[in-house]
Design a protein around this ligand. Structure first.
Ligand code: TEU
Length: 575
């Protein structure tokens, strides 16, 4: 058994506060709304809540553009409301993990206000540069119009589309923003910035929180001199200039030593572009002290050749490839290092629409995904709504989309002539938009889905009459109860947490099967991850005397060996 830690044994539930529960009828979820649902979280059995940003923000990116790290956005409530939430969760033995967004701030943060005015001590809080002379006919993209004849300092692009630079009229210089223009990147080369961040982190830890999820943290360190990126690189162009940059380990280790090292706090670092080979340098005492990483390899499986927003070639993925990716992480991180397990979050499509079948096999496939998530080795993260099998929605026009990344991607494709109309981009939007995960939580079948008495800030998915928490809790066979049972199982039996993982049938096109072993305890998980039957046959395990622990159909095959599994059937056996 690897070192026991509370966060290894925990199941985390992610809350996107805007869309969780609105207590005051303004159409926006809020903190008292979450507190009202503390018993709900307790009934589901989760151990930790990861709360997406609730800090003061102009909401250019729904709170990921922070104007004040130490205050609560008034639309979400007050600091007193937040303290009440913390108490309500702790009273139920549920811990609270906050979001740490320190690659950038809002342009409305006072640091930026001071920096753009070059106030003493703040000049270098952000990444300011002079423009370069524009070439004849050069287009510089949206939001980058500087003075005549001036182009941005380099060719880097933003994740939100267009140039990663905007011109600031006050300072008369360009600032870097790898996300929205209202999200200027902090200058981590500046030691004062690093001190300020550490102080803020400690301020929250002192308030009694239980950890942080570190947002986009792989981008902190930029290559000195900010050279032009490979025009065919990325997306976005310039990625190699700031992804896992030269001083990233130094910055993270320093932050750890100043903060997390002194608390019993869990950390999970969001890091796209991380391979399992890189993980060791970030994780644990031998690395930068981080506990877990959200890698993105399984999120990239179904993108088109030109990345996430490629309007062509998206949506296809292969099960053997998914097995290769997850098994690499399962195999490497266990005794040393630890996995963060997730299939969806607030930036990704709904998991049942993406990796399952949200029509004919919605119930079965949602339960299969739950089984996979909750019986793999690592700490599972359940995203709000996943536990009732919430689905993707549809975006008829670009006006129906709120997410700046989706909008930026479409506008970028229109500007570059990759598509000629929204219609041509709609396929990838309906498949990939971050807004799928952001539609309000469906609590009941009534108007407003029990989310709000007012007008929801983002349109509900049109299936809340059928898919909602009230209905799911009333039905013992529901997806919700399946999650609840699997979470309970993880709490009761250590083999699901600490057991060794072994993949079976790596090349099988339909079946995903693996064992978990701890001492004499052994479990076999068989998933038919397809809409057709499949026969399980392997020499690798002896299934004599196997007992069904949990399945998603009535009458699971008693002996899996040679048995035919039905579409999206998912069974856990005790061997
Ligand atoms: O997301 C960052 C993120 O997803 C990128 O690091 C990723 O590499 C890119 O989107 C490629 O698809 C986090 C938050 O989760 C997100 O909601 C924010 O918009 C973003 O950071 C900026 O704070």
């Amino acid at each position: 058994v690897p070192d026991r830690e509370w966060w290894k044994e925990a199941v985390v539930y992610q809350i996107y506060p805007r869309s969780f529960n609105d207590s005051d009828g303004d159409g926006v979820g809020d903190i008292p709304g979450i507190t009202e649902k503390a018993d709900y979280l307790d009934a589901l059995g989760v151990d930790v809540v990861w709360l997406c940003p609730v800090y003061e923000s102009p909401n250019a990116d729904n709170g990921y553009d922070i104007a004040d790290y130490r205050s609560i956005a008034s639309e979400f409530g007050t600091m007193a409301d937040w303290e009440e939430l913390l108490d309500a969760l702790h009273a139920r033995d549920i811990r609270l993990v906050m979001d740490l967004v320190v690659n950038h701030t809002s342009d409305e943060h006072e640091w930026f206000e001071k920096s753009r005015r070059k106030e003493e001590g703040y000049e270098d809080y952000y990444i300011w540069r002079e423009g370069r002379p524009a070439e004849v006919g050069e287009t510089t993209g949206d939001g980058t119009e500087g003075p005549d004849g001036e182009a941005p300092p380099n060719n880097w692009e933003s994740f939100m589309g267009g140039s990663a630079w905007s011109y600031d009229d006050v300072r008369e210089a360009w600032y870097l923003h790898i996300f929205d223009e209202k999200q200027p990147d902090l200058n981590w080369e500046n030691p004062t910035v690093r001190e300020e961040v550490a102080e803020m982190v400690n301020w929250w830890l002192e308030k009694g929180i239980d950890g942080f999820r570190l947002d986009a943290i792989n981008y902190l360190s930029k290559v000195p001199d900010l050279p032009d990126g490979d025009p065919d690189g990325g997306p976005p162009v310039g990625l190699e200039g700031f992804d896992h940059g030269p001083r990233i380990h130094e910055f993270l280790r320093e932050l750890y030593d100043r903060t997390f090292a002194n608390y019993d706090a869990m950390t999970v670092a969001e890091m796209s572009g991380t391979t399992v080979e890189m993980a060791g340098d970030y994780l644990g005492e031998d690395g930068d002290g981080l506990d877990m990483i959200f890698h993105f390899q399984h999120m990239e499986l179904d993108a088109g050749p030109r990345g996430r927003w490629d309007p062509e070639g998206f949506g296809e993925w292969s099960l053997p490839e998914l097995k290769r990716i997850t098994s690499r992480w399962q195999g490497r991180l266990g005794a040393d290092g630890w996995n963060a397990l997730y299939l969806g979050n607030h930036d990704q499509p709904r998991i049942v629409s993406r990796f399952g079948d949200d029509e004919a096999y919605r119930e079965e496939s949602a339960k299969l995904l739950a089984t996979f998530l909750l019986t793999s080795r690592g700490t599972p993260f359940v995203y709000q709504g996943e536990e009732i099998g919430m689905t993707n929605t549809a975006f008829e026009t670009l006006d129906d989309v709120d997410d700046p990344m989706t909008v930026g991607a479409v506008e970028g494709m229109l500007a570059a002539g990759v598509v000629d109309s929204y219609e041509e981009a709609r396929g990838v939007v309906d498949y990939m938009s971050r807004d799928h995960a952001r539609t309000p939580m469906q609590w009941t079948g009534s108007d407003g889905a029990g989310f709000t008495d007012g007008e929801p800030w983002l349109a509900l998915t049109d299936n809340s009459e059928e898919i909602n928490v009230a209905a799911a809790r009333a039905d013992e066979d529901s997806i919700w109860h399946h999650y609840r049972r699997l979470i309970e199982l993880r709490h009761e039996e250590e083999v699901y947490v600490y057991g060794e993982y072994e993949l079976l049938l790596p090349e099988h096109e339909r079946l995903f099967a693996y064992t978990r072993t701890l001492g004499d305890e052994r479990r076999l998980v068989v998933l038919d991850w397809s809409d057709e039957p499949a026969t399980f046959e392997t020499e690798a395990v002896d299934t004599t005397g196997a007992e069904v622990v949990v399945g998603n159909y009535e009458d699971a095959p008693a002996d899996p060996d040679g048995a035919e599994f039905r579409p999206y059937e998912a069974v856990v056996y005790r061997l």
